[in-house]
Design a binder for this molecule. Structure first.
Ligand code: AMP
Ligand code: ZN
Length: 480
């Protein structure tokens, strides 16, 4: 069964297939680089990563485009407060974002365009919108006229919202802010005339100096790299209105084609039952969590524990449990690999063709992903299968051929969920073994090799081996 995913626009589950039959082309609204992204942002990026990995594990090629918003009200304001150039300021936060993505094992997008590098392309789109009567110039700024686009509001189901009955009256209030949380629709800025507070951050345009509005960048860059109709477009639910609504309007008004075949939105992350906000001081970043001794993988694991269409509550307790679950997975991975006689623990995407007709215990876990990316169900099913296979490993009833099939099913899940299995911590030798090893070390220092050899043998007979290092020794379980 191919992957089924809920589509925000049609409110139905739809099968994900690339329009060209080969490469699934999708666009994700990326970060605004004016500070460290918080773990809520990363919930959305992690889910988008899982979507991509699942499609790849299913056998499709993907083309993943995620932009960097490096000019908007916030980046300009904050860079000026820090007395840095916009470029220097946004570069710093872009790098930090990449570092966090790597810690979470996110695959880098195939294309990562920045708004500043695509201003020409945005101007071109705006010009077309003016030419075909969808946009107008007012005091050096350009606005999209939502009245000119009767389908406006289809994605966010605007017509069904109580507060929008005055849409006719509201539309003449043109909006300048890059972000607004209004419940009513309004004409929105495509181009913003230069203001003194913009400082040196402006570009020339047919309407004078200024800069692009926020929404137009995503239309310009997604269509440039993926074509007029994307296979899928995605972001957190806060972007449905007005950002994605505006993207649809300005793109379709130019191309006359559907902008995206599928809309994928991720519900918000809460922290200890609270909405994340600056005023509550709970905008948790990766650094803040990792400073407390947690790993990127543990954070990623916690972000998988809720279905993407429901809010997920982040707790410190969940992080602790994630550590245990990951350790268990890593131990299982090693044991299964040994029985399956896999020499190369390849962490890449298992070829889906190799799984065709192969029976294994991880089928239900995979089905959970195919069924609207149900990650919590997938994790639950992984552990059901893991226990079963582990039992067979322990009682010696798992032959190497079946182990190999289990390995393929298991690795596909690990790839799709993007879990990086760290090697389990070295087992701790019991105290008596350490005492024997200390005694042996002393004997060796005194050049009493006969005693040293005897002690080595005693240690070996109890299942441990001593490895000498220049200034001390190491103990490891005996390999026999
Ligand atoms: P921003 O950098 O604010 O543009 O956000 C980057 C991405 O994170 C967007 O897709 C947002 O919709 C998403 N996002 C913002 N807050 C949250 C949250 N609390 N939980 C999940 N996703 C979020
Ligand atoms: Zn966007």
């Amino acid at each position: 069964m191919p992957i089924q995913l809920f589509d925000t626009l049609s409110r139905t589950y739809k099968t994900l297939t690339p329009a060209d039959g080969e490469t699934f082309r999708f666009y994700c609204c990326g970060p605004t680089v004016y500070g460290a992204a918080h773990i809520g942002n990363f919930r959305t990026f992690v889910l988008q990563d899982i979507l991509r990995r699942s499609l790849e594990a299913e056998g499709w090629a993907t083309r993943h485009t995620r932009n960097i918003t490096d000019v908007d009200d916030k980046t300009i304001r904050e860079s000026q407060e820090e007395r840095k150039s916009l470029r220097e300021f946004t570069e710093f936060w872009r790098e930090r974002f990449h570092r966090d993505c790597a810690a979470l094992n996110l695959l880098p997008p195939h294309v990562e365009p920045s708004a500043v590098a695509h201003v020409d392309r945005q101007i071109e789109l705006i010009q077309k919108l003016i030419e075909n009567g969808h946009a107008y110039v007012e005091n050096g700024s350009v606005y999209f006229s939502i009245q000119s686009f009767p389908e406006y509001g289809r994605l966010s189901h605007l017509a069904e919202r109580e507060l929008t009955t005055d849409r006719e009256g509201a539309q003449h209030q043109a909006h300048d802010q890059d972000e607004y949380e209004r419940e009513t629709a309004a004409d929105f800025a495509l181009w913003k005339a230069r203001k003194p507070e913009d400082g040196p951050n402006y570009w020339e345009s047919p309407w004078g100096e200024g800069r692009p509005g926020w929404h137009i960048e995503c239309s310009a860059m997604s269509m440039q790299y993926l074509g007029a109709t994307l296979d899928l477009h995605s972001g957190g639910i806060d972007l449905i209105f007005p950002h994605h609504e505006n993207e649809i309007a300005q793109s379709e008004a130019v191309t006359g084609k559907a902008f995206a075949s599928h809309w994928f939105h991720v519900a918000h992350l809460l922290v200890e039952d609270n909405k994340m906000s600056k005023s509550l001081g709970n905008l948790l970043t990766l650094d803040e969590i990792m400073e407390k001794g947690h790993t990127g993988q543990e954070i990623r694991y916690v972000l998988l524990e809720g279905h993407y269409r429901h809010p997920l509550n982040f707790t410190w307790g969940a992080l602790k449990a994630a550590r245990k679950a990951l350790q268990r997975m890593a131990r299982f991975d090693e044991a299964l690999r040994r029985v399956a006689k896999v020499s190369d623990p390849d962490l890449g995407c298992p070829d889906s063709k190799r799984l065709h007709g192969v029976s294994h215990s991880f089928e239900k876990a995979w089905s959970a992903l195919e069924n609207d990316l149900n990650t919590p169900e997938a994790l639950g099913q992984i552990f059901v299968a893991l226990k079963r296979v582990q039992r067979e490993i322990d009682n010696g009833s798992l032959g190497s051929e079946r182990a190999n099939h289990e390995w393929l099913g298991w690795r596909r899940m690990i790839y799709a969920l993007g879990i990086r299995l760290e090697q389990p911590e070295a087992p701790k030798p019991p105290e008596e073994i350490v005492k024997l090893a200390d005694a042996r070390w002393e004997a060796k220092k005194k050049r009493d090799f006969a005693t040293a050899d005897q002690l080595r043998e005693t240690i070996r007979s109890r299942g441990w081996q001593v490895k000498d290092r220049p200034d001390h020794y190491e103990l490891a379980p005996s390999e026999e």
